[in-house]
Design a protein around this ligand. Sequence first.
Ligand SMILES: [Zn+2]
Length: 62
Amino acid sequence: MNDAPRRLDPTMDPKSAAIILGCEPRQIGPCARCQGLTIRYGGKAEPICRACRAAENAAAST
Ligand SMILES: [Zn+2]
């Protein structure tokens, strides 16, 4: 099973990214690491995107 989060390309519509990430379009911004779209602003901000964090976790567990 491979449910690793995919990086959201910066050219993607913020509205589409917001739907995928479950936040408001105004909260969308670039990942601090890969520039992919993430929840960059607001109370539940994730400055490092899910794809980068998943890659980090995978690297840490090997
Ligand atoms: Zn990233």
